[in-house]
Design a protein around this ligand. Sequence first.
Ligand SMILES: Cc1cc2nc3c(=O)[nH]c(=O)nc-3n(C[C@H](O)[C@H](O)[C@H](O)COP(=O)(O)O)c2cc1C
Length: 182
Amino acid sequence: MKRGIPLNQSKWVIEPGCVVLVTGGTMAKANAMTISWQTPINTADPCLVLLVMGHTRYTYELIKQNNELVINVPGEELLEQTHLLGTVSGRQVDKMKKAGLTLAPAKLVQPPWIAECAGHLECQIVETFTVKTHDLLVCEVVHAAAEEAFFDGAWIPERFHTLHYMQKTQYGVLTRRLDAAP
Ligand SMILES: Cc1cc2nc3c(=O)[nH]c(=O)nc-3n(C[C@H](O)[C@H](O)[C@H](O)COP(=O)(O)O)c2cc1C
């Protein structure tokens, strides 16, 4: 039996895209925040990703300085760091230092990679739409990289577990692939 749920719980029904860590700024001055509201919106020519970013985020302030960002993909082993980057602002704390994460230069954009993450999408913002307290950032992916042991065209869940936000302090992991009949 299905029961009605309050509308303010409806987003949790479709939430589980993988959680990402978005870096903005430069190697000299960078910050990162956790994002679960992300989705691809075009897969090629150009490859576009949509991010939903709150106006108040310090990371967004840095992103606006060069209109570039990096989407970093953490695995299960970065659970605590991921939650920290999503619950504390870089305005108050040097989060990267507190989380013990390492910045590494990106290939084509100014914001750095988070070295401990297994995948990186280097992006330039091509359009922005404002919706109430958040902006929708349409990001063109200009360079992409993934740990080869973990990625064969998609993440290999037997070797690498992306994090999926459930609610509050709870995250889930994907542990196996299922093949539908062709
Ligand atoms: C799992 C998780 C997912 C989040 N997803 C988003 C999101 O999609 N968009 C957003 O604006 N904030 C999101 N947040 C909140 C920001 O990460 C949080 O406000 C962060 O402290 C901002 O850091 P900053 O001020 O250093 O940029 C999320 C937080 C968590 C814990």
